[in-house]
Design a protein around this ligand. Structure first.
Ligand code: PLP
Length: 438
C-alpha cells in the first residue's frame, strides 16, 4: 500500500541544501532506517499529518513531551492566552512560579531552576554538583543519554582505561578525562569506581530509567544502591528524569522506586513533558545544594529565555491535566500494544524483548533481558529497519531508530491503538524476512 511522499522528498531536498543532513536533530533524518523522512504539517490527538496528506498514528509524541496528545484544546487555549500578553519579558512571571510549585509538589526536589533544554539542565546540574562538592569527576553509564553535553558525550574507552574518551569529534579529551563511564545495572563496577576515585567524584548521573538505548529499567534496588553509594562517598546523586519525569508515572521514575523505598536524589533534571511541547526544562534538588546557585550562591548559571512565559504556561497546563486517569489510560494502551508486539514477533519467529519503565516501553529485536548497552547493541538493525517501514506503510509512525522508547498519549484511543495492532503482524513478518537475509 504505497502512498505519495513527493512533498516530503521535495522538502528534504530543499532542507539538505540549507541544513546539515536536512534536519535539526540527527535521528529525524531516518539514517538508521533509510528512506525519506516525513515532513509533518500538522498533528492532532494521536495523529500526525505529513505534507503529502498521509496520516500516521504517532508513537513518538515528540520523543516524549506530548503526554496529552497533539493540540490538546485546553493547552492550546492557555498558550493562546499567554501569547496575547506578549511572549518574553526577561523579567520574572507568575507562570514560572506556578510551574515550579507544581514540580516541587510532584517530584523529589525542594527548589527548581528553569532552562530551555534537557541538555542545559544536565550541563547545569553537573556544574552545580562540581561547585557544591569542590570535586571534578563525573560518573555516567554507557547507553545513558543526557543531551549533548561535552563531558557526557563520552565512551568507556578500551581495556582498563579509567578515564572516558570523547564520543564525538569536537569534544576535547580534557573534557572527558574527568568522566568515568560504567556499564548500566552493574553494581560491582560502581563499587570499584567509587573505591578508587570516591574522594574525587562530584556526582554520578544516570537516567532514572534509561530510555535512550531502548527502555532498560533499573534492576530492583539499583537506584537506591546508587543513591546510597554516592552519599557514602560525599558525591551527589543526579537523577536524569528529562524523559521519565511526569511520563513513566505521575511522579516520574522516582514515583516507582524512590517514593516507595524512601530515598531521594540530590539533584534531578527535567524536560520533555514539563514543557508541554515547548522548549522548557529544569534542574532541581536539595535546598542546600540549590542554594549554591547564582544569585543565591556563587555557581553561575543563566538564560535569556529561561522560564519563558509561553513555555511555562504550556507546561503548567499539561501537568495540571496530567491526572492519574491519564497515566492509567496510557498504561492500559501500552499493555495492549506490548502484548500484541510480543505476540506478532513470536508468531513470526523473531527474537525479541519488550521492556518497560512505568508507562514507557520499547521493543528490542534481540533475546532479552536487555540489562545494559552491550545487550541493547545486539538488537537487529536490519530487522528494525524493515519493521519500521512496514509499520509506516500501515500508518504507524515509530521512532526511526531501534534504540528508542515508544511513546503514547492520553489521546491514543481505540482507533489509534487498533491501527497499531493491525499493522504489527505484517511488520513482524517483514522483520523476520530481513533478518533471514542477513
Ligand atoms: C531528551 C533527553 C535529554 C536532552 O534533552 P534535550 O531537550 O533534547 O536537550 C537529556 N536527558 C534525557 C534522559 C533525555 O531523554
Amino acid at each position: 500500500m504505497p502512498f505519495p511522499t513527493t512533498a516530503s522528498e521535495d522538502l528534504f531536498t530543499r532542507a539538505r541544501a540549507v541544513t546539515p543532513g536536512g534536519v535539526n536533530s540527527p535521528v529525524r533524518a531516518f539514517n538508521a532506517v533509510g528512506g525519506t523522512p516525513r515532513f509533518i504539517r500538522s498533528a492532532r490527538g494521536a495523529w500526525l499529518t505529513d505534507h503529502d496528506g498521509n496520516e500516521y498514528v504517532d508513537l513518538i509524541c515528540s520523543w516524549g513531551p506530548m503526554l496529552l496528545g497533539h493540540a490538546h484544546p485546553d493547552v492550546q487555549a492557555a498558550v493562546q492566552e499567554a501569547v496575547a500578553r506578549g511572549t518574553s519579558y526577561g523579567a520574572p512571571t507568575e507562570p514560572e512560579v506556578e510551574l515550579a510549585e507544581e514540580i516541587v509538589a510532584r517530584a523529589p526536589v525542594d527548589r527548581v531552576r528553569f532552562v530551555s533544554s534537557g541538555t542545559e539542565a544536565t550541563m547545569s546540574a553537573i556544574r552545580l554538583a562540581r561547585g557544591f562538592t569542590g570535586r571534578e569527576v563525573v560518573v555516567k553509564f554507557a547507553g545513558c543519554y543526557h543531551g549533548h553535553v561535552d563531558p557526557l558525550l563520552a565512551s568507556a574507552g578500551s581495556g582498563l582505561a579509567t578515564h572516558a574518551v570523547p564520543g564525538t569529534p569536537g569534544v576535547p579529551a580534557s573534557s572527558t578525562d574527568l568522566t568515568i563511564v560504567l556499564p548500566y545495572n552493574d553494581r560491582a563496577a560502581v563499587e570499584k569506581a567509587f573505591a578508587h576515585h570516591g574522594d574525587r567524584i562530584a556526582c554520578l548521573i544516570t537516567e532514572a530509567a534509561p530510555g535512550n538505548m531502548g527502555v532498560v529499567p533499573p534492576e530492583p534496588g539499583f537506584n537506591a544502591f546508587l543513591a546510597e553509594t554516592c552519599s557514602r562517598h560525599g558525591a551527589l546523586f543526579v537523577s536524569d528524569e528529562v524523559m521519565t519525569g511526569f511520563r513513566a508515572s505521575r511522579t516520574g521514575q522516582w514515583g516507582l522506586d524512590g517514593a516507595v523505598e524512601g530515598w531521594r536524589p540530590d539533584l534531578v533534571t527535567f524536560g520533555k513533558v514539563m514543557g508541554g511541547g515547548f522548549p522548557a526544562a529544569a534542574f532541581g534538588g536539595r535546598a542546600d545544594v540549590m542554594a549554591r546557585l547564582s544569585p543565591e550562591g556563587p555557581v553561575y548559571q543563566a538564560g535569556t529565555l529561561s522560564g519563558n512565559p509561553v513555555a511555562t504556561t504550556a507546561g503548567l497546563a499539561t501537568l495540571r491535566l496530567a491526572t492519574d486517569d491519564v497515566y492509567t489510560h496510557i498504561g492500559a494502551a501500552a499493555e495492549t500494544i506490548k502484548a500484541a508486539a510480543a505476540e506478532a514477533l513470536a508468531a513470526a519467529g523473531v527474537p525479541h524483548a519488550v521492556q518497560a519503565a512505568g508507562t514507557m516501553f520499547s521493543v528490542f529485536l534481540a533475546e532479552g533481558p536487555v540489562r545494559d548497552f552491550e545487550d541493547a547493541s545486539r538488537t537487529s538493525a536490519a530487522g528494525y529497519a524493515a519493521f519500521f517501514h512496514a509499520m509506516l506503510e500501515r500508518h504507524v509512525y515509530l521512532p526511526p531508530s531501534a534504540y528508542e522508547a515508544w511513546f503514547l498519549s492520553s489521546a491514543h484511543d481505540d482507533r489509534a491503538v487498533q491501527t497499531v495492532l493491525d499493522a504489527l503482524p505484517d511488520a513482524a513478518r517483514a522483520a523476520a524476512a530481513a533478518m533471514e537475509d542477513q
